[in-house]
Design a binder for this molecule. Sequence first.
Ligand code: XIL
Length: 343
Amino acid sequence: PIGLKASASVRGLQFGTAASIDHLRNNVDGGQFNPYVIKNYHLIEPENDLKPQKLWRGENNYDWVDSDWLLGATPDTVGWAQQNGMQIRGHTLVWATDNTIPHWLLQQESSITPDKAKSLMSDYIHAVVGRYRGKIPSWDVVNEAVDDAQNNGHPFNMRNCFWFRKLGQDFVKYAFMFAHQADPQARLYYNDYNTEDMGSKSNSAFELVKWVRSEGVAIHGVGMQWHIGLWATVNPGDQYYQNAQRLIDNGFDFMVTELDIAIPMNGNHPRDLNDLHKQGLLYRALLKYVLHFSPRCHALITWGFTDRYSWIPAFSDYLNGVALPSDWNYQPKYAYWQMQEEL
Ligand code: XIL
């Protein structure tokens, strides 16, 4: 096979995968990791390495070791990504759940005024986005700001998190404002899960991004994570298509940012082997959906590529897994071949 990347290019689509910088730096599994990524993907989204928990060690204190290796420390320094012709997507500047906000920040919460919170956010976003200006064409600026529970009484049903407590709904607007100031060329996304279908959560996210734009702030698109299971059915004209269409009709791009399709597990194996077949068809349906909206949706990113490093087993108490297009040993699964065929 020529690989997903080459086939997708022909259709004007970019394929992406999450990957950890550590795996890339060590080219793990006997040197299989990097060639696989380079052959099959246009872009890499660092799985955890561009998150505040990783980079932001304290006020004016940053850990650039890994990100500089990937991207280069100064505008004219070339990192691994550029050397290998890989595009990097940024994830994420403000993750709006308390368990993802740096501990040192939460610990000082009672002494931080709203003005101070705003200037801390500004410092951080300018530091990160500014450092890699021109090297990260698209960023998830705000991640997961909308609550799962309905009608929680907050504007846009936003989560109760540090940033919301300090700045209310404006924190979202500020994050986009600072990101745009730091890199005016970057495409800026709001990213969330369970916002793929038509429902109260996607409605809230939709209202939120329209509001940010109405405040005169640059915002270009919505990332839909697509962490799903075999329960989903995706067909032309259904609620998933309608949801994407309403974003486009309102001038927003969208992207599939974290696709994986979890299967019930028994130990390390699918409970039912037929599920691999269903999973393959669903991967294909997702690819078809993305192609339908191209170029307003120009990337399909999976949350990893080999089952060996998927976050799903640990996240699901080892009840679900084998959620990615390649198996533990980097062998293409039915899902991979189904996508190759659709291309
Ligand atoms: C996950 C990573 O995959 C894990 O390694 C980490 O422990 C937790 O975060 N939504 C997101 C991603 O936006 O950043 C999450 O990534 C998965 C859910």
